[in-house]
Design a protein around this ligand. Structure first.
Ligand code: ADP
Ligand code: AMP
Length: 215
């Protein structure tokens, strides 16, 4: 089962993917985290991606598609996965469709998590992440038990540079211009299921789980 969690930056894709991964056993693939890791490790890919990442722009399709397809080719994705943050352009979506089709597979569902713009900015400005295990928190909406420490692994939490207001706004503009057109792409294929993301984490998770489990 190949499921895309779709939505603007801050919609809750990562938060929901972690919950769904645990409930379904599907592996969670996030291109944002793959880029952050490559940038941290200063790999060739990281060096190429960094200028785009830092400005809140999309990393070029050629690099992003190659990275994602390489990850998808690994054994743990053979029975499916939860995609978070990919695809973000029409070119990425068609490349993904073609790669899956070559193996007789296809995207099953696209869960579109809808959240109003002012709420997205509130979520991004208060987001804290764990570098070690990738857990996501919010200083008001989902606080860790101990400020600055991850509940899961105890490591230190950090705030992403690209969540600062100016870059967060730019990312939302990039989303509207380059990524939102994919809504029509997947709707036309009959794969898009809209979920109200402006609810509690638990309610959104319940609704998304129903989407994933619906045959
Ligand atoms: P995305 O992966 O779509 O960018 P995240 O999952 O990282 O979004 O969530 C963005 C921020 O919003 C995080 O701080 C997270 O704790 C918080 N958050 C996620 N879902 C909800 C929700 N349903 N209600 C309130 N805050 C949420
Ligand atoms: P995210 O963690 O999903 O918010 O992504 C953080 C940043 O990583 C984005 O602002 C882009 O610079 C880059 N990125 C992540 N996924 C993609 C993608 N599918 N296409 C292009 N750039 C991406």
């Amino acid at each position: 089962m190949y499921v895309i969690l779709f939505g603007a930056p801050g919609a809750g894709k990562g938060t929901q993917a972690a919950i769904l991964a645990e409930k379904t056993g599907l592996v969670h693939i996030t291109t944002g985290e793959l880029f952050r890791e490559a940038i941290r490790q200063e790999t060739e890919l990281g060096k190429q991606a960094k200028p785009y990442y830092d400005r809140g722009q999309l990393v070029p399709d050629q690099l992003t598609i190659a990275m994602l397809l390489e990850r998808l080719s690994q054994g743990d994705c053979a029975r499916g996965c939860l995609l978070d943050g990919f695809p973000r352009t029409l070119e990425q979506a068609t490349a993904l469709d073609e790669a899956l089709a070559q193996e007789g597979k296809a995207i099953d569902k696209v869960g579109y998590i809808q959240v109003p713009q002012d709420e997205l900015l509130r979520r991004l400005s208060g987001r804290w992440n764990c570098r070690q295990c990738g857990s996501v928190y919010h200083e008001r909406f989902q606080p860790p038990r101990q400020a600055g420490r991850c509940d899961q692994c105890g490591d230190e939490l950090y705030q992403r540079e690209d969540d600062k207001p100016e870059t967060a706004r730019r990312r939302l503009e990039v989303y509207s211009r380059q990524t939102a057109p994919l809504i029509d792409y997947y709707r036309a294929k009959g794969k898009l299921v809209e979920v109200d993301g402006d609810k509690s984490v638990e309610e959104v998770a319940e609704n998304l789980l129903a989407v994933v489990e619906d045959p």
